[in-house]
Design a protein around this ligand. Structure first.
Ligand code: PLP
Length: 380
């Protein structure tokens, strides 16, 4: 059998081309940092975080070294007693609970919804105990978790809501009362990552915390900088977790491109939705009408034992790279065996790990490439 070939090479993400289009501005930003030699806490850090805060509906943004540190700092700022329970989804990137585990807090896993892949509010209710200290929700693949329910549960039970927003920067959620809010700016604290492959990616590691509370922002800023209120005056045990000036300067350039990039991702998502909705054997990602979707990933489910892996292989042979986010649920990871969960305890998460497949979706994916990918999925 002769396999078809793509109209032009298809990548999961084309950062080389994205950056080439921004080259003059990126060069200028880099040169300015070189010239200033203010590599740590230089002026670009404040400029970028202010610009991001404005973009996120006038929230406070506290920069830090990466998205995992952002989660660590968020939990540190809550001053929870040792062993406090942190409710998080079983279907997420491991960093979501790594921070809790390192701080001597106890991750309590709950299952996710089969349609949106996001944390199931009913499962959270069932997992709450007097020791619950926080809920860490994840806006997976670019769509908000059920913030209406999450906010209500957190308020009713007096526990903090932390939003792991590494994948949904710029997504918005509409509440029943008509209020619209940015993902990451609803709970006590939102966290995000500027890892290069995220929707707002730097040219290296970076992260940030988002909050509407000025006092919380001040505390987080201290914690991210050795717990100091001023140089050599340390109020708390903190981290050395700063966003490099160079990354901030480059991120400022990339932030200007974010709305257009998000719109381009959404156009691909809309195209895939329409083209794949009626294809037998696959399920397109469910849309929550209350949330926008910024399509960090476009993740379909492929039904039938072993079919997902077969489709991935078929697509690869035809020049279409795909990814499996995530191949294992968190409770099946050896590092988290100590939590004592058993296979079968989170059936939705476990099933998703066997059926999900993320198709290429990035701002520069051409219409010909999209059509080619859709055609292959249909053929399969
Ligand atoms: C990427 C990611 C993180 C971690 O961010 P880093 O900057 O790589 O530390 C945390 N949570 C989720 C859901 C992520 O996708």
């Amino acid at each position: 059998m002769i396999l078809p070939a793509p109209p032009s090479p298809i990548l999961l993400l084309d950062l080389v081309a994205e950056h080439a289009a921004l080259q003059p501005a990126l060069n200028e930003a880099m040169q300015a940092v070189l010239d200033s030699a203010a590599f740590i806490q230089g002026p670009a850090v404040e400029q970028f975080t202010t610009a991001l805060g404005t973009y996120l509906g006038d929230a406070h943004v506290v920069p830090c070294a990466n998205g995992t540190d952002a989660l660590t700092l968020a939990l540190m700022s809550l001053n929870l007693p040792a062993g406090a329970e942190i409710i998080t989804p079983a279907f997420t990137y491991v960093a979501t609970l790594e921070a809790a585990a390192l701080l001597g807090l106890r991750p309590v896993l709950v299952d996710v919804r089969p349609d949106t892949f996001n944390i199931d509010p009913a499962a959270i209710e069932a997992a709450l105990t007097p020791r619950t200290g926080a809920i860490v929700a994840v806006h997976l693949f670019g769509q908000c978790a059920d913030l209406e329910a999450l906010r209500a549960i957190a308020q009713r039970h007096g526990v903090a809501l932390i939003e792991d927003n590494a994948q949904a920067i710029g997504a918005t959620f509409r509440f029943a009362d008509g209020e619209t809010a940015f993902a990451g700016a609803v709970g006590e604290i939102g966290t995000t990552s500027f890892f290069p492959s995220k929707n707002l990616g730097g040219l290296g590691d970076g992260g940030a915390l988002i909050t509407r509370d000025a006092a919380r922002a001040t505390l987080l800023r201290q914690l991210a900088n050795h717990g100091q209120s001023q140089k050599y005056h340390h109020q708390r045990i903190g981290l050395n977790s700063r966003l490099d000036t160079l990354q901030a300067a480059l991120l400022q350039v990339k932030l200007r491109q974010l709305p257009a990039n998000t719109a381009a991702r959404q156009a691909v998502g809309t195209y895939y939705d329409a083209a794949l909705a009626t294809v037998l054997g696959i399920t397109i990602p469910a849309r929550d009408a209350r949330s926008s979707h910024v399509f960090h990933q476009y993740t379909i489910q492929v039904e039938g034992a072993g079919r997902r892996d077969e489709m991935q292989l078929f697509l690869r042979k035809c020049g279409v790279p795909t990814m499996i986010y995530y191949p294992l649920p968190v409770h099946a990871q050896p590092a988290y065996a100590y939590l004592g969960y058993q296979a079968g305890q989170f059936p939705v998460a476990e099933r998703l790990c066997e059926t999900v497949l993320s198709l290429p979706i990035h701002p520069l994916l051409t219409e010909e490439q999209q059509a080619y990918i859709v055609e292959l999925v249909k053929q399969f």
